[in-house]
Ligand binder design. Sequence first.
Ligand SMILES: [Zn+2]
Length: 200
Amino acid sequence: MIEGLLGLLMQAEVMKTQISVQDTVDSYYVEAAGSAQGHVVEVSYDVATKGEVRGSLEEFRSLVAETLNDSRGWIRAGVKFTEVESGGKMHVLLASPAEISAASAGCSDKLSCTVKPNVYINDDRWLGGSDSYNELGVSLQNYRKMVVNHEVGHFLGHDHIVECETDSGLAPIMLQQSTGLRGCQPNAWPLPSELWVRGL
Ligand SMILES: [Zn+2]
């Protein structure tokens, strides 16, 4: 058990090294001021569809895995994501707008939404992105990574950030970038100040 933990911590050290190599090639990356806080939180997750969706489950599953395991993502907050067939701590769902609005009074059929343990990614947005990103010519893949990181951020205990006041000018991942960038630059990854988790 202890050896397993040590192994994970060592992996985290390796990731930190890899991050500094990557930032020269990706404008969406911002250097972490404080990375993993020395312990690893394991989050198992499963992937499925909910309601009638047009998006491909396999494409969805693949992008979710790529995003959650990316060295610019929540793993920098010390989270280790493991995909399981079923019974995960977190359910990542490609969902129809109707299913999302039915999930909670706080959810809208126009947006993605998280009602723990369910992370609902809106099928319409998955296929079409958001005006805020499309107007700037940001790729659909980047929009998808942003929305997955934003909703998983809710699962990890984050609420919204409502203002763009960052040194980098990049939008916090917990800003609702789908509804408007509020003067920020689009950003698909958590900022250094957002690298924490709560209530897991
Ligand atoms: Zn949100």
